[in-house]
Ligand binder design. Structure first.
Ligand code: FE2
Ligand code: FE2
Length: 169
């Protein structure tokens, strides 16, 4: 008895082209999450000061969530017959999340986090569009991750508002 290929859905031979496109977008998502993990580790460790503690705690928790996202993207790449890339393919892009000159400069970090989350929100909205009617399983996964990023962004927007209200941002 021969093994049948999937005849329906994103794993079907007929959908190879769309599948390749989705794997490409998932790979970009994977790298974005990996870089966010690096940036959030640094920025949840470097800050000094009483007021930094809330940011430190929040970013430390986010590191685990972003790592979970990276692993979810890796799993989905594999399920779609892709290969999770090696570290030599990594290209850093988060210029805005480099350590500030002063480690008490919390506003720099808050703005950087908002920028990173906004970039993720934009990319995941694109993925939701590209998978619509094509790959509902990937779309479902992205929708759940998108909610996490929206929560992260909203939380840091609140932090920024506080600093702005005090004239510190
Ligand atoms: Fe994430
Ligand atoms: Fe996030």
């Amino acid at each position: 008895m021969t093994t049948r290929n999937a005849s329906q859905g994103i794993l079907a031979d007929d959908n190879a082209e769309q599948r390749a496109r989705i794997v490409e977008l998932l790979t970009k998502s994977y790298w974005m999450e990996i870089e966010t993990v690096m940036s959030y580790i640094a920025n949840s460790t470097n800050p000094d000061g009483v007021r930094a503690q809330e940011i430190i705690e929040s970013l430390k928790a986010d590191v685990q969530e972003e790592l979970g996202h990276a692993q979810a993207f890796a799993d989905r790449i594999k399920e779609l017959y892709g290969v999770v890339p090696g570290s030599m393919d990594f290209k850093a892009e988060q210029t805005y999340l480099q350590p500030p000159e002063q480690q008490t400069d919390i506003v720099h970090i808050i703005r950087g986090v908002i920028e990173a989350e906004t970039g993720a929100i934009e990319h995941y909205n694109l993925l939701i569009e590209e998978t619509d009617g094509v790959d509902p399983v990937t779309q479902d996964m992205i929708i759940a991750i998108l909610r996490d990023e929206e929560q992260h962004r909203r939380l840091f927007e609140g932090f920024l508002r506080e600093y702005e209200a005090e004239g510190r941002a």
